[in-house]
Design a protein around this ligand. Sequence first.
Ligand SMILES: [Zn+2]
Length: 369
Amino acid sequence: MAIAELQAQPGMLVLARESRGLTQAEVATAMTKASPGDTTPVSQGYVSRAEAGRLVVTDKRLELYAAALGYPPEFLCLDPQVNGIGVGLVHHRKKASLSASALRRVHAHLALARLQLDGLASAAALPEVPRRFFRIPLDDLTTPKDAARRVRRVWSMAPGPVPDMVAVLENAGALVITMDLDSDLLDAVSQWDEDGQPLLLVNTRAPGDRRRFSIAHELGHLVMHAEPGTGSTQEKQADAFAAEFLMPASDIRRAFSGGVDLAMLTQLKRVWGVSMSALLRRAQTLNAISEWQYRTLMIEMSTLGYRTAEPVEVLPEQPRRLPALVHSLLTDRQLPLEDAAACAHLLPEDFQRLYVEGAGSSSFPAFRG
Ligand SMILES: [Zn+2]
């Protein structure tokens, strides 16, 4: 489509701006800078009206907008409804202090990742991955622990530690992207998808063991929580699910039977791929140690600085589906980088950074026009 026929969609203008972590005033400044020949500066009011759909953005202004936000003009003109943007319940593993604007940015990342992956997948035409996600509503007879056990059973997982959480989700049909989510206050975010391909973004700022727990926590949300609920109850349920999923009571109880100390927790961390603090909590939940022992060990860990940085590194797990998609496009189909980028609605340099260099593990830096 020629640029003259294109018209920006207000919803996409908001999404694109939020994904860059910019304010309306910053977009206006970037637009003004992108047009040195034009003497009339773009005002914040203009951006505000464009986002509210109270004026039409086409032609030269559309080009300026695209330059300021660092996306192809066509991207700003996608119809959010046709492309299913913002559909599907979103869950996160985050701290309460995460600001509303940081949360909106993560939601924008999620919506964009979905669009990018859909675009890449339709161009790559890789064999379908089985879609094995299902829902387990909680009730008086079904606890998060039961749900975790059932998922492990239905997905035919061997007893004991989970070797690779990312692989478990990918093999069930989920799409997993590891990326810098621009904040230390949020570990992961997930979105259900009616087509059976939930999407997870996992923050690269967290160490490998915490990422695994976060993925299991998100899996708990995806399986158990079809409706948004009151935050803290669902969070506790997702944590209980994750604990049972990663450390099944019937398997790990034996490991705690000889008593629990710090040396043993570091040893168990290597085997189970979960943090020492998660193991300690598990030992307490399963009544393998007393409340007093639990508190003593917590204080010991805190004194040693383990609350911020634990010993024993658990290597971060890497997604495979997304790198396979990109490889299929660029290597098997020999698509030029520009064309592959266009499939993902990205400028070539962004595509390169996000999907080629990072190969599914990348940062999405703020764009300053
Ligand atoms: Zn959560």
